[in-house]
Design a protein around this ligand. Structure first.
Ligand code: GTP
Ligand code: MG
Length: 141
């Protein structure tokens, strides 16, 4: 079961969580926090040489972030990095305009998901349970 880490900015919390829920993603961890700049730099460490790194970390640490861990099935819901190029129907395509303010972060693969979930959550903050979606959407018992 592949995991993903998702972080969103406030204002569209319910709408964004609802899209993952509708699709059948299983929420296994959630919290709200204001990350420090140092924490944001850790989170985006692979982008440290990019010209927008400082602004990006400043933005992430500028206010509350809702951090979530999901058991997931695909990254298509989020859309392309640049919201101007995201398909309508995706979260960024429908709800964002500017690349530096694209309202949602999603880990880019199973390995980074593991690292990011470990960075944002303690092991005891991850909840193990069987959701209805697993039975009705995926057909597992
Ligand atoms: P994340 O889900 O946030 O990791 O986005 P991504 O995987 O689609 O893109 P990437 O990891 O390459 O970049 C991380 C974040 O940096 C993006 O979500 C953008 O907010 C920001 N970013 C990426 N490219 C640019 C850029 O060219 N200019 C600016 N200002 N920000 C950028
Ligand atoms: Mg990325």
């Amino acid at each position: 079961n592949e995991r993903t880490f998702i972080a969103i900015k406030p204002d569209r919390i319910a709408e964004i969580i609802s899209r993952f829920e509708r699709k059948g993603f299983k929420l296994v961890a959630i919290k709200i926090m204001v990350p420090s700049k140092e924490f944001a730099q850790k989170h985006y460490h692979d982008l440290k040489d990019r010209p927008f790194f400082n602004g990006l970390c400043g933005f992430l640490s500028s206010g509350p972030v809702i951090a979530m861990g999901f058991i997931k099935y695909g990254r298509k819901l989020i859309g392309a990095t640049d919201p101007q190029r995201s398909e309508p129907g995706t979260i960024r395509g429908d709800l964002a305009v500017v690349v530096g303010r694209n309202i949602i972060h999603g880990s880019d693969g199973p390995e980074t998901a593991k690292d990011e979930i470990n960075l944002w959550f303690k092991p005891q903050e991850l909840v193990n349970y069987r959701s209805n979606a697993e039975k009705w959407i995926y057909g597992v018992n």
